[in-house]
Design a protein around this ligand. Structure first.
Ligand code: DI6
Ligand code: FE
Length: 420
């Protein structure tokens, strides 16, 4: 008998390929083959080139189960010390996010607990969160720094992010967010802090290979457009892509700025206006919607989804997993919330956590089921793509493959504690 040509073959699958321009690209009674970590064949079972059993070393029949690309969480702050559950009480008692931040809580509170945590402790706290995202189907995630706000602590966060990727076998894209908040010790020296971030922290951490992209919090309680511009100029010199927390709480002109720099994405966008939408469309900048933060802050102003559609700006959705505004540990739930709260259609919300999220990270090798793409995929306890955002909660991911290998989502009995 001939050698099988592929490592693995899944049969009787409902494939959501996301390979066309608009829909989920569903193939019923589909088959998908993986070889050497890539997708080697995808199509209708009836079109396979030979009898399935002869084609792959491992052949699995799925009884119609849904298969999608591994989900991609393109905006998280997953690594941090402690949590801020007490702010939940304060907000429910009427304090706003800005009130809490101005009173010394908010991001700065997490900065204190992050600075106080060792690399091992940060890793031990972040690992279960990363596992929960993975268990829900995420195979690629972005993780930002921004709770250190000094060189050593920012470095620790980024090292922990890289370590999580290695430990779990996931792709982790790191983002340097030194301009997240003004650290208290720089209260009267804003310019000095911006200089430190642009002239020392970013070049040093980039030189250590810890930075895949650069972000800032462009906001009244964060950094101005001009301060952000200084950072983006430095990123450009270093050849690093940029993205931005823009127009979350007010219109600061951040989305137009990130578009001007040809940025990967503008994120949040509740206060986005039409000229900036047009600028994003022209630049190919992705709109990243973060319904977890909208929900947790009980916001009422919606991002302009209809304008984004009309201008053809690709929309991604992410968890924004962070201890302050979005303690959200399910990307599938984020996609469901994007439907319920922001009125995305299920096909849009699913494109937003696959193909468009890949684009928001500048990754062309994933997010669709197509020959040559990385074999990151999820087999779901579902048959219809819309179910992924329709079921609220639950555990639907049945099998997860990363680069063609099944991954275990079970916690090891013994906690891995080495940060090496
Ligand atoms: N926007 C957010 O949603 C997070 N950071 C940001 O710039 C919130 C971070 C936090 O409150 O800890
Ligand atoms: Fe964020």
């Amino acid at each position: 008998m001939n050698q099988p040509r592929w490592d693995r073959l899944l049969l009787n699958a409902t494939l959501a390929t996301f390979a066309d321009a608009r829909s989920c690209g569903v193939i019923e009674q589909g088959a998908i083959a993986m070889h050497h970590g890539r997708i080697a064949w995808v199509g209708r079972m009836g079109d396979l080139p030979a009898a399935p059993a002869t084609l792959a070393a491992s052949v699995l029949s799925l009884d119609g189960a849904l298969v999608t690309p591994g989900l991609i969480d393109c905006h998280t702050h997953l690594v941090f010390g402690g949590h801020r559950a007490s702010e939940f009480d304060q907000r429910l008692n009427g304090a706003s996010y800005e009130d809490i931040a101005r009173a010394g809580g908010g991001i700065v509170a997490t900065v204190q607990s992050t600075r106080a945590a060792s690399e091992e402790a940060l890793y031990a706290q972040a690992l279960p969160r990363a596992r929960m995202l993975l268990a829900d189907g995420v195979t690629t995630m972005e993780i930002k720094s921004g709770y250190g706000l000094e060189l050593d602590s920012e470095r620790r966060m980024l090292r922990v992010a890289r370590h999580l990727g290695r430990e779990l076998g996931l792709t982790v894209q790191t983002t340097f967010l030194g301009l997240h908040a003004l650290p208290p010790e720089y209260r009267d020296r804003r310019d000095d802090y911006v200089s430190l971030v642009c002239d020392e922290m970013l070049p040093t951490l980039a030189g250590e290979g810890l930075v895949d992209a650069v972000d800032a919090f462009c906001e009244g309680i964060g950094f101005s457009r001009e301060e952000t511009r200084r950072l983006f100029d430095r990123a450009r010199q270093l050849g690093l892509p940029v993205k931005l927390h823009a127009e979350q709480l007010s219109d600061q002109g951040g989305a137009a700025l990130v578009a001007e720099y040809g940025g990967l994405s503008a994120d949040h966008l509740e206060h986005l206006t039409e000229p900036a939408v047009a600028a994003m469309a022209a630049a190919g900048t992705v709109a990243v919607l973060l319904p977890g933060a909208f929900y947790a802050l009980r916001e009422t102003r919606l991002p302009p989804v209809e304008l984004l559609r009309r201008h053809g700006v690709p929309m991604a959705v992410a968890t924004d997993c962070n201890p302050g505004t979005s303690p959200l540990l399910s990307l599938r739930l984020a996609a469901g919330m994007a439907c319920t709260l922001f009125r995305l259609m299920p096909a849009e919300a699913l494109r937003a956590v696959t193909v468009n999220a890949a684009r928001a990270l500048g990754l062309a090798d994933r997010g669709t089921l197509a020959v040559g793409q990385r074999a990151d995929l999820v087999v779901w306890d579902a048959r219809q793509a819309a179910e992924l955002c329709y079921w609220i909660g639950g555990n639907l991911a049945r099998r997860i493959y990363v680069a063609g290998q099944p991954v275990s989502r079970r916690k090891p009995d013994r906690r891995s504690s080495s940060a090496a």
